[in-house]
Design a protein around this ligand. Structure first.
Ligand code: NAD
Length: 194
C-alpha cells in the first residue's frame, strides 16, 4: 500500500493507493462508521459490507437528489449516529457526491471518506472535494466544497464494473492526458495498440 497525504488550504486528504477494502477497518472504526453504497455494488459484492453499518441506495443519477439525502439522514438518525461518526461512500461518483454532501450537512458536518469503485470516481469524481446533488434538470445545483478525510483505492473492485463504465472512465483519463500530460497520452496510445 502506498500512502500519500495531500494538504488543501484548510483540510488534508490521505490517499491509500494499492490498498484493499479489508484495510478500511484500520482507517476508520467499524462501530462508528456508516458505509453508503448503491444496490449494484451491494449485489456485485455481497460479502464486502459484512460487519459494517450500511446504507444501500438505489443506483443511478436520477437518485442523486434531495429525497435520497433525506432518506440517508433519517437512517443516520435511526443508527443514532453522532458527531464522532464517519460516513464512507463506497461507489461511483453518484454515491461519493451524495455521501460527501450528507456528511457536510449532517449535524453541521461529520468526517467522511471514499472508496471509489468506478474508474471515473477513482480518477475524477471522488477527488477535489466537490459534493452535491441535482435539482430537477440542473446537475450539481446544490452542494458543498469539503475534502474527504481519506480515499482508499481497491482496484480489484473494478472487476465487476460494466464495460460502458470503463469507457466513461477512460474518456476522462484520455481528456486529462490530451490537455495536460503528453507522456501519459503516449502511454495510453501504446497500451491501446497492444
Ligand atoms: N465531484 C466531482 O468533482 C465530480 C466529477 C465528475 C463527476 N461527478 C459526478 O459523478 C457521477 C458519475 O459517476 P460515475 O460515472 O462513477 O457513475 P455512477 O456512480 O452512476 O456509477 C455508474 C454505474 O456503475 C455501477 N457501479 C459502480 N461501481 C461498480 C462496480 N465496482 N461494479 C459494478 N457496478 C458498479 C453503479 O451502481 C452505477 O450503476 C455524476 O453524478 C457526476 O456529476 C462528480
Amino acid at each position: 500500500m502506498q500512502v500519500k497525504k495531500v494538504q488543501f488550504s484548510r483540510q488534508a486528504t490521505t490517499f491509500y493507493f494499492d490498498s484493499a477494502f479489508g484495510q478500511l477497518k484500520k482507517v476508520v472504526p467499524q462501530k462508528t462508521s456508516v458505509i453508503v453504497t448503491d444496490e449494484h455494488l451491494a449485489a456485485a459484492h455481497p460479502k464486502l459490507f459484512k460487519g459494517w453499518n450500511t446504507i444501500v441506495l438505489k443506483a443511478g443519477e436520477e437518485y442523486k437528489v434531495q429525497a435520497t439525502v433525506d432518506s440517508i439522514i433519517q437512517q443516520l438518525i435511526d443508527l443514532q449516529a453522532d458527531r464522532t461518526w464517519t460516513l464512507v461512500g463506497v461507489g461511483g461518483g453518484v454515491v461519493t457526491d451524495m455521501t460527501g454532501y450528507v456528511a457536510s450537512i449532517f449535524l453541521r458536518g461529520i468526517s467522511f471518506g471514499f472508496v471509489p469503485t468506478t474508474l471515473l470516481a477513482m480518477v475524477d469524481a471522488a477527488i477535489g472535494g466537490k459534493n452535491g446533488i441535482d435539482v430537477g434538470l440542473y446537475k450539481n445545483m446544490v452542494g458543498t466544497i469539503n475534502q474527504p478525510q481519506f480515499l482508499l483505492y481497491d482496484v480489484s473492485l473494478l472487476k465487476t464494473l460494466p464495460e460502458s463504465e470503463w469507457r466513461n472512465g477512460f474518456a476522462e483519463i484520455i481528456k486529462h492526458a490530451a490537455i495536460l500530460d503528453a507522456p501519459l497520452f503516449k502511454e495510453l496510445e501504446t497500451a491501446a495498440a497492444a
